[in-house]
Structures are given as C-alpha cells and as structure tokens.
Write a protein that binds this ligand. Structure first.
Ligand code: 4NP
Length: 154
C-alpha cells in the first residue's frame, strides 16, 4: 500500500484535480487496494471549502467528479501517514521540506518531476482563465498516468 498526498497552496484548485484524476486512473486500472490518495494545502484559508468551481467544472467536463472533496491544511502527522508527498510547484515543495520532521520517512518531491522526470511547476490557475484550469487538468492527467505506471511496476 502506497499513501500519496498531493499538496498545493490552497487545496482548492490544483491538488483537488491531482487527487481526483489520480484516483480515477487508479480506479480504471483496478488498483484501488494499492493506494491511499488525499490532498492538502500549504495554507489553511480555504479549510472545509469545496474545490474551486472552475476545478469542479473542468473535472466534470472530463467525466470526473471532485465535488465531494473538502479543503484541508497540511498537518505534521501527514509526514508519518503518507509515503509520497507531492508538491504541485516548487514553492509547495519548499514549504513541505521546511515542515518535514527529522526522521520522517516520507518522500517529498515536485509532482511533474517525480511522475514524468520534468522539473516543472503545475502553475497556479487561481487568478487565471478557464484555459489555465484546462492546462492544469492536462498536466495532472499526464502526470497521474506517469506516476501510476512508475508505481505499478515498482
Ligand atoms: P491552489 O490555488 O493552490 O491550486 O488551490 C490557490 C487557491 C487559493 C489561493 C491561491 C492559490 N489563495 O490565495 O487563496
């Protein structure tokens, strides 16, 4: 069993998409018993909120329902509960590395780098357009497929 946590800044735009898409891919591959999947934000401003309506809409357009998710902030216990903690951008990774307790076995990495070997951020679409949310979806879909392939064969 591998426990994976996707982390962005607010846990309302990017990481809910990363979580929902990866869960969908894992379900399609009939590997739900092999993964625990969750998401969180570096900040807690949106705690308890649904994903941003633009994230819900872009996921829905691709046949994925993420409306059941609720935002939460990363907690120190997450470094014991999760094997792989994936920041959507480098600021997120920096925040996670600074928080990581000594002795935690969790691997903290940049999502696209871990999944696809691409040292690239998934850009924050919060102040962007619908096209920016579609771009986030596409990146997370490719990354999810790459991550699943990597972990399934490990
Ligand atoms: P996310 O996007 O990190 O992809 O969830 C953001 C959501 C909210 C804020 C910034 C980014 N905010 O400033 O409230």
């Amino acid at each position: 069993m591998t426990a994976i946590l996707f982390v962005c800044l607010g846990n309302i735009c990017r990481s809910p998409l990363a979580e929902g898409i990866f869960r969908h891919q894992v379900e399609a591959a009939r590997m739900t018993d092999r993964f625990t999947i969750d998401s969180a934000g570096c900040g807690g401003w949106h705690t308890g909120e649904l994903p941003d309506k633009r994230s819900i809409a872009v996921a829905q357009a691709h046949g994925i329902d993420i409306s059941g998710q609720r935002a939460r902030q990363i907690h120190i216990d997450d470094f014991d509960r999760f094997d792989l903690i994936l920041g959507l951008d480098r600021d997120n990774v920096r925040h996670l590395m600074a928080m990581k307790p000594e002795g935690s076995q969790a691997e903290v990495a940049l999502y696209l780098e871990k999944a696809l070997g691409m040292a690239k951020n998934v850009p924050d679409p919060y102040y962007g357009s619908e096209a920016d949310f579609e771009a986030v979806f596409q990146m997370c879909e490719k990354a999810g497929a790459g991550l699943l392939k990597k972990l399934a064969s490990a």
